[in-house]
Design a protein around this ligand. Structure first.
Ligand SMILES: Nc1ncnc2c1ncn2[C@@H]1O[C@H](COP(=O)(O)OP(=O)(O)OP(=O)(O)O)[C@@H](O)[C@H]1O
Length: 281
């Protein structure tokens, strides 16, 4: 059997329901794997449980059932091996851009000298185009710049798994495009494993190797795993001309409009592996 870097088995999250002994199942039987170095996006309607899955992978929330295995070990609690980028940046407001990055780097490698920590952190700020802004506090940075700091901070600690919850959701389209390309550059250099939530199908096609599609809750399931068969390096302006682009895009949009409403927990109560979709010409 193939060994996957990340293995999610029969994950379930439920909350107590309105009546005694009832439960509200957000999602159940979520099964998927991610290989080392893979970039995987997850798409699904609001409320289906994407952030909950990400928080469970981060160790910030607990599953009601099922397990998450990373590199052969079950995940329990947060760890520096898993970095998170949230939509609202979550920077420390009293620290400069550089100090926000060095904070994590120092914690990751306590044996490093101050110079080495600074040099390493600066390199990641430079990779996201923030050279020259390292001494500014978050309040002196634009939204796009703050999000770049949080991406630099996450990549700089070189976690084995990088979790991103709609990292570009609050940005305007132009800034978003620039940072997406910076993210691809930094990911191609670091080859880290990424799990990212997005609502934007074009963003998912640009960034991901594979896109997981979640049905609507309650009792949401991961229904499909769609391969993005467009070669890298990818550029936003070029991939739209690739012969597979609209096939993939239409498949994703059809899922969101139609198939996401299907209750596959009824159709398919036991075998919950996502259907593998490869639309390559
Ligand atoms: N404490 C709670 N009690 C009951 N239900 C909860 C609780 N916390 C979260 N939920 C429900 O869990 C569901 C999943 O929430 P989650 O934030 O994971 O969804 P999401 O797919 O990430 O949504 P969005 O795309 O809007 O961010 C939601 O329907 C939410 O109402």
């Amino acid at each position: 059997m193939k060994h996957h870097f990340l293995q999610i088995e029969n994950l379930k999250k439920s909350y107590p329901g309105p009546d005694k002994d009832s439960e509200l199942v957000i999602f159940e039987n979520a099964n998927f794997t991610i290989d080392k170095g893979e970039f995987v996006c997850v798409i699904g309607h609001s409320g289906c449980g994407k952030s909950t899955i990400l928080n469970i992978l981060a160790g910030l929330d607990e599953a009601s059932d099922g397990i998450v295995i990373m590199d052969g070990k079950e995940i329990s609690g947060p760890s520096l091996e898993r970095g998170v980028v949230f939509q609202n940046y979550s920077l420390l407001p009293w620290r400069t851009a550089l100090q926000n990055v060095t904070f994590g780097v120092q914690a990751r490698w306590p044996e490093w000298s101050k110079e080495k920590v600074q040099e390493h952190s600066l390199r990641f700020l430079e990779l996201v185009g923030l050279k020259g802004a390292e001494d500014r506090k978050p309040s002196q940075l634009s939204g796009g710049m703050r999000q770049r700091v949080s991406i630099a901070r996450a990549f700089a600690t070189q976690p084995q798994l990088l979790l991103m919850d709609e990292p570009f959701g609050a940005l305007d389209a132009l800034t978003r495009g620039v940072i997406q390309e910076e993210l691809i550059k930094i990911w191609e250099e670091s080859k880290q494993t990424v799990f990212m939530i997005t609502h934007d199908v074009d963003e998912a096609i640009l960034l991901a190797d594979r896109i997981l599609l979640m049905t609507n809750g309650p009792k949401a399931r991961i229904a499909e795993s769609v391969k993005v068969s467009i070669p890298r390096p990818r550029k936003r302006t070029e991939i739209i001309h690739h012969q597979d682009y609209y096939k993939i895009r239409n498949h994703l949009v059809d899922f969101l409009v139609d198939r996401s409403k299907q209750d596959i927990s009824v159709l398919n109560p036991k075998d919950a592996s996502p259907k593998i979709i490869d639309l390559a010409s």
